[in-house]
Design a protein around this ligand. Structure first.
Ligand code: ADP
Length: 366
């Protein structure tokens, strides 16, 4: 049995279902990221695991024990929040020592543990400072140290990096994963709305929307095999383009003035949504390609995001900056796919098929 197991966990606030029949299995030592937009139920799910909220339905098992009715303080779970919640007038040492004092651990043992965890987080030189004297990044390290000093079975992190500046956030991302996953091997659930954070930190990502977990998979899986249009457009930057296409024959998809002929017949007819990543499109001066007009671009240094207006919607195309001189705003261009095409059900948005580049060819519509 998995180390942490959620079975049909549901939480309602009045008529609103914040967490809806969630099932999730987490292995010992795994680093799981729960990713989703604001209000999707991520924090509530974490609070249910910690015992700060009681589920209306469902069961939670940790290390083979059902923990629904176990008091939060006895669950052996530590949680760190976005707001650091350090005690400002205590020293760093006293802050980290606090949970051990509460547990009546003897003084000499407390000293050893505090020093050990302070060393781990690189804050030994701060131990005698008052917490209010520290920077945001330092305070967050103290909060982490205080949570880790108890050596919990499970570590829950609720957007712990979102109050930090961009540079520090990127460094701590890397450090947190290295510390918790590679060195301490603590089972961790990390909540974020930031897809880059999820992609760079997770062993597996659980993506939530509207209280439900929509897909669980490795970063590679959720990026390359998204289950529906929500996941496809939520993971990846700029987001996947989704176009309205049509199948009049079983192996020809029409996209405005362009056709995609598949080598194998598809089991689909009629309207279809066609997804293609901006990195998998090519800008050309001639057909074949979806005809459009360049309306603007964003310069990212090495790459450009070119916005192209077409009759079937706006497309974003990523091209190398060195190609900028070939194009001007207002110019007519053709946009040609050269990567996987994702076919989604027109009404449900569910994935139906992924066409790898060798499985189709592009032509001008006659
Ligand atoms: P997230 O962490 O993904 O931003 P939350 O878990 O905080 O989402 O919230 C999920 C939904 O539940 C939201 O619609 C939120 O307004 C609602 N919610 C959360 N906590 C409470 C509460 N204590 N009382 C009422 N509604 C709540």
């Amino acid at each position: 049995m998995a180390f942490l197991r959620l079975v049909n966990v549901t939480k309602k606030y009045g008529n609103h279902i914040a967490v809806n029949k969630v099932n999730l299995e987490v292995e010992k030592g795994e680093f799981i990221v729960i990713l989703g937009p604001s209000g999707s139920g991520k924090s509530t799910l974490l609070r249910l695991i910690a015992g700060l909220e009681d589920p209306d339905e469902g069961e939670i098992f940790l290390d083979n024990v059902k923990i629904n009715d176990i008091d939060p303080k006895d669950r052996d779970i530590a949680m760190v929040f976005q707001s650091y919640a350090v005690y400002p007038h205590m020293t760093v040492y006293q802050n980290i020592e606090f949970p051990l004092r509460m547990r009546k651990i003897p003084e000499h043992e407390r000293r050893v543990k505090v020093n050990e965890v302070a060393k781990l987080l690189g804050i030994t030189h701060l131990l005698d400072k008052k917490a209010w004297q520290l920077s945001g990044g330092e305070q967050q390290r103290v909060a982490l140290a205080r949570a880790l000093v108890r050596n919990p079975k499970l570590f829950l992190l609720d957007e712990p990096l979102s109050n930090l500046d961009a540079k520090l956030r990127i460094r701590l991302r890397f450090e947190l994963r290295k510390l918790l996953h590679d060195e301490l091997r603590i089972t961790t659930i990390h909540v974020t709305h930031d897809q880059v954070e999820a992609m760079t930190m997770a062993d597996r990502i659980a993506i939530m929307n509207d209280g439900k977990i929509i897909q669980v998979g490795t970063p590679h899986e959720v990026y390359n095999q998204p289950r529906n249009t929500f996941i496809a457009t939520f993971i990846g930057s700029p987001p996947m383009n989704i176009l309205q296409g049509k199948l009049e024959q079983q192996h020809v998809i029409t996209l405005q003035n362009m056709t995609v002929r598949t080598k194998k017949p598809l089991d689909i007819l009629g309207e279809v949504l066609v997804g293609i990543r901006p990195q998998h499109l090519e800008l050309r001066a001639q057909s074949p390609g979806i005809k459009g007009k360049i309306i603007s671009y964003e310069n990212l240094g090495e790459e450009l995001i070119v916005h192209v207006d077409t009759q079937i919607g706006e497309l974003q195309v990523v091209i190398p900056v060195k190609d900028l001189s070939e194009y001007v705003i207002g110019q007519e261009v053709f946009v040609k796919p050269r990567g996987p095409l994702y076919l989604f059900n027109e009404s449900s948005g569910e994935i139906m098929q992924i066409l790898e580049p060798g499985a189709y060819e592009v032509n001008q519509r006659s």
